[in-house]
Design a protein. Structure first.
Length: 218
């Protein structure tokens, strides 16, 4: 049973435990998270945590032929990341450079709903159907982590006939995602791993990902 009174529209109730997304043990609620606080935490996740995390899509692994050395992930990271974001918006776009290629991706965060969109230049015979076949093994692995998928051809609105092939990845985090550091760590890490193996599997199948290489506007 919720506390007496109706919270104002500019406040979000957050539960002490977001495991069920409904009620916590004893129906005890934490203080209210304001809309401004929620927007600030969304901003920090998109432009802070994810910007840093995506740099580890590719990282240096010490060789067994060399002497053991202490190397932290931030130092070993070697992917490049460019970001475009409008302050206050619930999404950001990134170009991740790794493994000799570049991947254009968008991440949307709506309080607890996560959407990742990978955009690949639709060059030659590559379309949504063929890309889904190429990346089927990758899809199976990502589904185990809780993602659902969609594929579509998306014409660019510049009247050139060019198009992107888009992979949509959907997931719901816990209801207290914006306050739960372990939840943020889980999904942040999983987005990095999903992006890493998307790029590696595409390379294995001979699919070029870079929009710049294909002459697409970014």
């Amino acid at each position: 049973m919720c506390p007496a009174g109706t919270p104002s529209k500019n406040l979000l109730w957050t539960e002490l435990s977001g495991a069920t997304g409904t009620h916590t043990k004893g129906n005890v609620f934490s203080r209210m998270l304001t809309i401004v606080e929620a927007q600030q935490r969304t901003e920090e996740f998109l432009t802070g945590q994810m910007l840093q995390a995506l740099q580890t899509v590719d990282y240096q692994v010490p060789s067994f032929d060399s002497e053991p050395q202490s190397l932290d992930l931030a130092t070993a990271a070697r992917a490049t990341v460019e970001i475009r974001h409008v302050r206050g918006a619930s999404d950001a776009s990134y170009i991740v450079g790794a493994f000799g290629d570049e991947l254009l991706m968008q991440l949307q965060l709506n309080v607890r709903r996560l959407v990742v969109v990978y955009r690949v230049p639709g060059v030659g015979a590559l379309d949504a159907t063929s890309l889904a076949v190429h990346l089927d093994r990758w899809r199976i692995g990502a589904e185990h982590a809780g993602w659902q998928f969609g594929w579509r051809d998306a014409p660019i609105t510049d009247q050139t006939g060019r198009r992107y092939v888009e992979t949509y990845c959907y997931a719901f985090a816990a209801s207290d995602f914006l306050e739960n550091e372990l939840e943020q760590l889980y999904w942040r890490t999983d987005i990095v791993q999903m992006t890493r193996y998307y790029m590696l599997e595409a390379a294995r199948c001979g699919v070029r990902l870079s929009p710049r290489h294909a002459g697409f506007p970014v």
